[in-house]
Design a protein around this ligand. Structure first.
Ligand code: ADP
Length: 292
């Protein structure tokens, strides 16, 4: 279990990136969903002990990670947002090198680890190819392989699916899903489907604060009866935005479909819809923007 208690972070230029974040993250996949600039990477770097928060405390099981970062590092696997080292060495050589850095000194142990991980992430057939020539999806799968060296029980993946095409994204998410339920895996993302597909628990994070926390299915259930939809003319959009609590709008076959939040029937031709996680997410963001 990872426990964050009132964690705040203010950068030297005065930006308050985290504002009293308290969270308990159990074993399994946990989705941290929020828009760009919400503070996700700051939080991920702090939990990965690369940055010290301005205030607050964080425990992972019996480790106080701020007081004893080196203890946490031995149990941590981290795939940063900008895992940007793609040299002209092969995937095999690079993983072998990273295993040395993680302290696997015996050549036999290292060989077993590297071969097992390359197979696990489906990069065995391309193990002799230079990382520099890998596609985005292959790079991210390599990133997971290096994060899994040493069997960590806290794994942090920061925006791993950004920029992947749908097939690569699926492949990557399936890989994450197979990591196992006895470890804590935190997936930070701005993509609702990543969380919807994969995470039994999640938090919505915006402007440095937790805005909503729970199981996606329960959060969807709680929105039942409050999400309404209507297809409108594009030129009428502004007047709807002024009159209703707008959650989202999208173009469908050239027409504008809006979703609004309302406790009762808003009338005016709106029809009720089964909300999904996207509705939950966008209504939470709309609410937090209004509160700001
Ligand atoms: P996210 O990962 O959700 O996009 P970040 O943690 O990267 O969010 O950023 C949160 C806020 O902190 C943003 O306003 C960002 O501009 C600011 N920020 C991030 N890193 C720094 C830094 N090194 N110095 C100052 N401000 C920063």
């Amino acid at each position: 279990m990872l426990d964050l208690h009132r964690v705040s972070h203010v950068y030297a230029n005065g930006t308050r990136a985290l504002d009293e974040v308290s969270l308990s993250i159990p074993h399994g996949m946990y989705g941290l969903l929020g828009p760009n600039g919400a503070g996700k990477s700051t939080l991920m770097r702090i939990v990965a002990t690369l940055q010290t928060p301005t205030r607050g405390s964080i425990r992972f099981d019996d480790i106080d990670i701020i007081a004893e970062p080196e203890k946490l590092r031995r149990r941590l696997g981290y795939l940063p947002q900008d895992f940007g080292v793609y040299p002209r060495v092969s995937a095999y050589e690079m993983l072998d090198h990273m295993a040395v850095l993680k302290g696997i000194v015996s050549p036999a142990d290292r060989r077993e680890t590297v071969e097992r991980l390359l197979n696990q992430v489906n990069l065995w057939p391309v193990r002799k190819k230079a990382l520099a020539g890998f596609s985005g999806g292959m790079r991210q799968r390599f990133g997971i392989a290096q994060a899994l060296i040493g069997d960590p029980d806290l794994i942090i993946v920061d925006e791993p699916t950004a920029g992947l095409d749908p097939e690569e994204r699926n492949r990557f998410l399936n890989l994450l899903a197979g990591i196992g339920e006895e470890v804590v895996v935190i997936l930070s993302t701005h993509i609702v489907e990543d969380v919807a597909d994969l995470c039994p628990r999640m938090a919505v994070f915006a402007a440095g604060r937790i805005r909503l926390e729970g199981a996606p299915l329960q959060l969807i259930e709680a929105s039942r009866g409050r999400i309404w939809k209507k297809t409108i003319e594009r030129k009428a959009f502004d007047s709807y935005r002024d009159r209703y609590e707008l959650i989202s709008s999208r173009l469908v076959a050239g027409r504008t479909v809006i979703h609004v939040l309302s406790d009762g029937d808003p009338g005016n031709g709106f029809i009720p819809v089964e909300g999904d996680l996207e509705d939950v997410y966008f209504s939470t963001l709309a609410h937090s923007r209004r509160a700001a």
